[in-house]
Every structure is written in structure tokens, then in C-alpha cells.
Write a protein that binds this ligand. Structure first.
Ligand code: GUN
Length: 295
């Protein structure tokens, strides 16, 4: 069994970007910029956004954090997004989800200019992915693809089974793995909670991508020998032995599934750190396109 070290790879990507940004600054006098917009006080969102802004600073990227009240109206939020659509310093706009219930998430996503859609959630970005045009890819699936490529895992003709059908992970990763491209060109199945027997599908996977959101859901009986396992889950479970009283585990029962795997991502330290690295990559790509630089 080989561990896929997302922490290490994400650091490599950040180092590469730091160099590219320094070079771009010499040539253009400019640096890429990201704005993160957060509405309300969701504690998990606060942590994620703080990590995103901190990572920008680490690599010499400009970033702004816009904190808005839970009670902001939808129209006000849409106007603020438009400000950033027209802001020369900003190459990427990220609105942290979830949003308060009175705000229509789809309207907000559609307001972001596709040129600055570094989350890859805009219907234009999603459509371009589906028809195989170059586009911004949603950061977590993009990170998974990057891990598979950097670990040189054979994907061509392999059966990738995705468990989960979210717009953020399940649907985009299935479409990425379907592309006729390096690190993809796979045969893809998407399955989900409505399947009467999920293990019928998961047992067929050469590469299993678990994005279910249930702690330790995938057990050793559900996979075949030598499977490659990509665990996207981040679940908090009680742990009386830890100081905090809880620990973070994935959607895969790591200890028992690892024994049957050829490669596996740990949680934490697998897919998680890649999400931010790819957000930075997307922001740099947006900047590079605008300034006619190579990516
Ligand atoms: N909430 C959970 N994951 C994400 C993400 O990747 N992007 C945004 N904007 N919000 C999220």
C-alpha cells in the first residue's frame, strides 16, 4: 500500500506558484488577486476562508476577505460581486458556501464572471468541462486529478467508481475522469445513496472516489484487492482519547481498506490540502490568461 500525500503535493504546487508569481511580477509589475466573500458566522466556513487567505499570503498572491452580515439582502450581495467583476486587482472571486437560506445560491454563482470563476461552479464552467473545453475546474476534483497525475497512477481504461453526486465533487470528478486526457480517459460510473446495493458498484472499482459525507462508510468488504482509493470525506466523530474530544475521519474505513489498496489518500492530509492549492492555481491561471502569460 502506498500513501498519497496530499499535504506534500499541495506544498509542491504552492512552491511552484510562488516562483511563477515572482516571475510574473518582474514581467508585468502585477500580482494575481483573490477575493473571498463570506456571509454570516458559520464557524467551519470561517476556518476555511482564513486558510485560503493565509495560503495566498504564503505564495505572494494578493487577497481580500470580505465579511458580510448574515442579514445582507440578495441584491446587495449581487452588487458586491459585480464590484469585484470589475475590479482590476481581482482575478478570482470565491463566495464561500453555504449561504443563508434567504439567498439563492445559483443566482450568486451565476453573477460571478466566468473569467473569475475560480471555484468552477458557474454553469459556463461546468458546461465547458462537460464538452471538453478548457475551463476552471472545481477545486477538489481538480486536486484529485492532479494527485492521480503526479503519482503516475494508470487511469486510461480503468474503471473509476464515484460514490456521491454533488455539484462540488461527484459530478465534476466524474466528468474530469471521462475526458480523453492525461490522467483520465477512464470508464466512469457514478453511484449514490439511491442504489439498492452500493457495494455491487464499489467492488468493481479500479479507482474508487468516495464523496459521500458519512464517516467510515466504505469498508473492506466493499472493495477489491489493489484498488486505488481517493477519500474526499471530512467527518467529525467523537474521540474520548483526543484532547478536543473528537477526530476527523474520511468516508473510508482507512485501517481496514488500506490493507487491500494499492494507493490510498489519508484523512486528514490527502485530498483536503489539495483543494486550496488548486484554488490558488485557478487564480493564477485567470491572471495568466488576462496578462497573456504562460500558465
Ligand atoms: N464550501 C465547501 N466547499 C467549498 C468550495 O470548494 N468552495 C466554496 N466557495 N464553498 C465551499
Amino acid at each position: 500500500m502506498k500513501l498519497i500525500d496530499g499535504k506534500k503535493v499541495s506544498q509542491e504546487i504552492k512552491n511552484e506558484l510562488k516562483e511563477k508569481i515572482a516571475k510574473a511580477k518582474e514581467v508585468t509589475g502585477k500580482i494575481p488577486g483573490l477575493v473571498t466573500i463570506i456571509v454570516g458566522e458559520n464557524p467551519a466556513s470561517q476556518i476555511y476562508v482564513k486558510m485560503k487567505n493565509k495560503s495566498c499570503a504564503e505564495i505572494g498572491m494578493y487577497s481580500e476577505k470580505r465579511e458580510l452580515s448574515e442579514s445582507i439582502s440578495e441584491d446587495e450581495l449581487l452588487n458586491i460581486i459585480d464590484e469585484y467583476n470589475n475590479d482590476e486587482k481581482i482575478n478570482g472571486i470565491l463566495v464561500q458556501l453555504p449561504l443563508p437560506k434567504h439567498i439563492d445560491e445559483n443566482k450568486v454563482i451565476e453573477k460571478i464572471s466566468p473569467l473569475k470563476d475560480v471555484d468552477g461552479f458557474h454553469p459556463v464552467s461546468v458546461g465547458n468541462l462537460v464538452i471538453g473545453k478548457e475551463t476552471f475546474l472545481s477545486c477538489t476534483p481538480y486536486g484529485i486529478w492532479e494527485l492521480l497525475k503526479r503519482y503516475k497512477i494508470e487511469t486510461k481504461g480503468k474503471h473509476v467508481v464515484v460514490v456521491g453526486r454533488s455539484n462540488i465533487v461527484g459530478k465534476p470528478i466524474a466528468n474530469i475522469m471521462l475526458q480523453k486526457a492525461e490522467g483520465a480517459n477512464s470508464v466512469v460510473t457514478i453511484c449514490h445513496s439511491a442504489a439498492p446495493d452500493l457495494s455491487y458498484f464499489t467492488k468493481q472499482a479500479d479507482i474508487l472516489i468516495a464523496a459521500i459525507g458519512r464517516a467510515n462508510f466504505i469498508t473492506k468488504e466493499m472493495v477489491k484487492d489493489n484498488v486505488v482509493v481517493i477519500d474526499v470525506g471530512i467527518n467529525r466523530i467523537d474521540d474520548p482519547n483526543s484532547e478536543k474530544g473528537y477526530k476527523i475521519v474520511g468516508d473510508v474505513d482507512f485501517d481496514e481498506v488500506a490493507e487491500k489498496s494499492s494507493y490510498i489518500t489519508p484523512v486528514p492530509g490527502g485530498v483536503g490540502p489539495m483543494t486550496i492549492a488548486m484554488l490558488l492555481q485557478n487564480t493564477f491561471t485567470s491572471f495568466a490568461r488576462k496578462n497573456n502569460l504562460s500558465n
